[in-house]
Design a protein around this ligand. Structure first.
Ligand SMILES: [Fe+2]
Length: 218
């Protein structure tokens, strides 16, 4: 199992728990470098995925915690704010969708605060892409905090692949909590346009967003 363990141990529990599934997927030829897609996995490629152009890393920052809960909905008790439904695919660098990819999300809440020490692991959760390579995250738009524009942290790891640690950002015209996201993006030293979420219009109190990851598999 050593090849799938992140340097800080992040993925140890998750991949041990799904080891059988990972082996089964390997046998089926899904999701590993050089392996052809299984029959029925011929999803159309998306414009976001360009051959050889993987998602850039962004610093981890100080607030990552190991062993986040397995969940796709981060809107737990006490969480309120502008709702965000985020979906997308994870592709390899040849734009093939990848099943069983670990995504571990963490973010600030509607006040710009992280849960760094409670058992609730608020605004933190990991999940795996489905057989079509898709993930879905139900969350809120995080508020900015001193020195940082609003962002969602994530670690992404294909089976046996390296860990991609990055951050997702918001378009300049995002409306939430009275933030001036354009100015915040401009001032943030870690902001990169390559990892900005594509947001639909604000409908009521909810945004729908998409972001596709492109990761290395070996
Ligand atoms: Fe952060």
């Amino acid at each position: 199992m050593t090849e799938v363990i992140n340097e800080d141990g992040t993925s140890r529990r998750s991949f041990i728990a799904t080891g059988t599934a990972a082996v089964a997927l390997t046998a089926a030829g899904v999701g590993l470098a050089g392996a052809p897609l299984a029959e029925g996995e011929t999803l159309p490629l998306t414009p976001q995925c360009t051959d050889g152009d993987d998602t850039p890393p962004v610093i981890e920052g100080p607030y990552f915690r190991r062993n986040s809960p397995l969940r796709t909905n981060l809107r737990t008790t006490g969480v309120s704010g502008v709702l965000l439904s985020l979906t997308g695919f994870v592709y390899d660098i040849r734009c093939r969708p990848l099943a069983n990819v670990l995504l571990d999300f963490w973010q600030a809440d509607q006040r710009g605060q992280y849960d760094n020490n409670t058992a609730a692991y608020r605004m933190r959760g990991h999940q795996f892409t489905d057989a079509q390579g898709r993930y879905t995250l139900e969350t809120i738009v995080p508020k900015d905090y001193p020195g940082r524009t609003p962002h969602i942290h994530v670690k992404v790891q294909a089976p046996r692949g390296p860990v991609l640690t990055t951050q997702l950002y918001f378009p300049d015209d995002t409306r939430a909590y009275g933030m001036n996201v354009a100015a915040l993006n401009r001032r943030d030293a870690y902001y990169v346009r390559d990892t900005v979420i594509k947001l639909g219009p604000l409908t009521g109190n909810r945004y729908q967003g998409t972001f596709d990851f492109v990761v290395r598999t070996a």
